[in-house]
Design a protein around this ligand. Sequence first.
Ligand code: ZN
Ligand code: ZN
Length: 206
Amino acid sequence: MPNSRRTPTARLDPRGPLVFDTRTLPRRPGSARTETRTVPAPADLHTGMAGIPEGSDLRLDVTLESVTEGVLATVTAVAPVTGECARCLEPVTQMIEVRCQELFSYEQGGGDADEDGYALDGDLLDLEPVLRDALVLALPLAPLCRQDCPGLCAECGALLAQAGSEHGHDSAIDPRWAGLRQQVTQGEPVGRPAPEIREESGRGRP
Ligand SMILES: [Zn+2]
Ligand SMILES: [Zn+2]
């Protein structure tokens, strides 16, 4: 956690895209301010199969509200996600929206008052760690190019969405068994229709 130690030498950069200044927010419980920003997405927002491309547009709606202990930040973020379809491996692009809320407590004496939570750094607060957690949690574990993606042919790897529903193979038999299969089919009466039984009556019965 880059933010867990708050030493005077590690002050936030007020120009940071995810740093918010609370100076214009009166420190009176109930005061609130809303800000909308579009910022470049930070790096390393991804899981195994999906991620938010670094630098892509992250749309933020941020409400900062004065409460007794500090500033409560409520954030709605909309971000593009790219990845691979879990079934057919084709590229997938979709949007995700997350909402998160975090309290940034006022700095107290030593600064490390609350190790587990977040604190204001002077008048500044950094939403990056909060957003990072919320966005990564919201990433789809198994993205799909469409809900009914038929995936790949288990035998030849063809894209079933393109190959069509008729796509299939005569057999799903392992090549190593092909010889055996031939023997079996040779033993069957191929192409000779089974004898029909017609006469139910009329013959026999003297
Ligand atoms: Zn797919
Ligand atoms: Zn196939």
